[in-house]
Design a protein around this ligand. Structure first.
Ligand SMILES: NC(=O)c1ccc[n+]([C@@H]2O[C@H](COP(=O)([O-])OP(=O)(O)OC[C@H]3O[C@@H](n4cnc5c(N)ncnc54)[C@H](O)[C@@H]3O)[C@@H](O)[C@H]2O)c1
Length: 341
């Protein structure tokens, strides 16, 4: 039996998440070889060289795309760069994995889809990592098997631990705000778990409970939103940057014959502490510990799809729809009015 060739990959962006993807690609993903890295920051390139033994280092993205034999790029760059970088990669004949969200602008999402349609031999996937988490996947399969009857309601939250450094306040300049940065994961989950319903109307609200400096970006540190879909299906979202206890992502799906909950207790591990304060468990510190396995499964799924010529379940249309709903939530937050879709 002939073995599939090894996919030669270049990574772009080696920040908070790019380093994690780079570590996975360098040693944990069968079928892939990390051959090149790109960043405008020399220290990040030095890290890739010294820690991961990546020898082809580029400060310029176009130069990396011209690297001989490169098959695919991983874009882990600021969201505002995603659409143009995806288009450039497709035009250079590369498969593309890009972090979420696809874009903050609907027209840009459509430009990416149009370019992808011109290159049907190339795969493009946006990193909605929760679809690759074992518990979310189990919930999805059980819903498909009819375990909770007909699902009609989702509650989903992404709540980050309070960070006194306020990393995300600076990040807010390019992140698109709390709904497009955080709730976009929950929006994608709600669509996936409810069977891709059509959104009809959203309403959003929010507050600056601690980080008042978010006002300069018209952003909030706690946001809530409701999205009504067709056929009476509905989703409620909550995103927060101020949780004292840790990273608290959870989702509840209610159907006509039952309810499924993923992550109801965001426990760090199986240790339970009983002492004078009561009985408790510690909480996960950040999204990365919660989804560490899922990040690896996500990347492996993408690489396998290319090597085995398999269709990707997660499409650019899914990513565009998540952005469309996220934009409507931001509009509603700013206008204080419901937004029709
Ligand atoms: N899936 C998730 O749960 C998740 C979690 C965190 C971040 N993200 C997404 O990942 C992306 C990156 O986020 P982050 O937290 O790693 O940000 P970051 O600011 O820590 O890193 C951004 C990286 O991009 C590099 N960069 C900037 N401009 C560049 C350019 N022109 N060419 C090449 N590289 C450039 C920077 O040097 C840095 O290495 C964002 O789109 C974010 O939404 C997703």
């Amino acid at each position: 039996m002939s073995r599939a060739p090894i996919l030669k990959v270049g990574i772009v962006g080696l920040g908070r998440l790019g380093r994690r993807h780079a570590e996975n690609l360098a040693s944990r993903v069968a079928g892939a070889e990390l051959v090149a890295a790109c960043s405008p920051v020399p220290a990040e390139l030095a890290w890739a060289r010294d820690t991961l033994q990546v020898h082809h280092l580029y400060a310029d993205y176009a130069a990396m795309l011209a690297h001989d034999g490169l098959d695919a790029v991983f874009l882990v760059t600021p969201t505002s760069l995603h659409p143009q970088q995806i288009i450039q990669a497709l035009q250079a004949g590369k498969h593309v994995f890009c972090e979420k969200p696809l874009s903050l602008d609907l027209e840009d999402c459509r430009r990416v889809s149009a370019e992808a349609a011109r290159h049907p031999q190339l795969k493009v996937m946006i990193g909605f990592v929760r679809r690759f988490d074992a518990s979310y996947r189990d919930a999805y399969e059980k819903i498909r098997q009819g375990a909770i009857g007909s699902p009609f309601m989702v509650y989903s939250q992404t709540c980050d631990q309070y960070d006194p450094e306020g990393f995300f306040v600076k990040f807010a300049a390019t992140s698109g705000g709390i709904f497009l940065d955080c709730s976009v994961h929950d929006i994608d989950l709600a669509r996936w778990l409810l069977g891709n319903p059509q959104p009809v109307k959203v309403y959003a609200s929010g507050t600056r409970a601690i980080h008042h400096d978010l006002q300069q970006f018209q952003d909030v540190d706690n946001g809530v939103a409701i999205c009504e879909f067709d056929n009476g299906r509905i989703a409620t979202f909550y995103a927060s940057r101020t949780m004292p206890h840790g990273h608290d992502t959870m989702t509840e799906i209610t159907g006509t014959a039952g309810r499924l909950t993923v992550g109801g207790n965001p426990r760090k591990n199986r240790l339970e502490i009983a002492d004078a304060h009561g009985v408790r468990n510690e909480c996960l510190p950040s999204f990365f510990e919660r989804f560490e396995d899922a990040f690896l499964t996500e990347v492996s799924t993408f690489v396998d799809a290319i090597c085995q010529q398999r269709k990707l379940e997660l499409t650019l249309d899914d990513a565009t729809e998540a952005t469309r709903i996220g934009i409507a939530m931001r509009e509603s937050l700013l206008s204080k009015q419901p937004v029709m879709l």
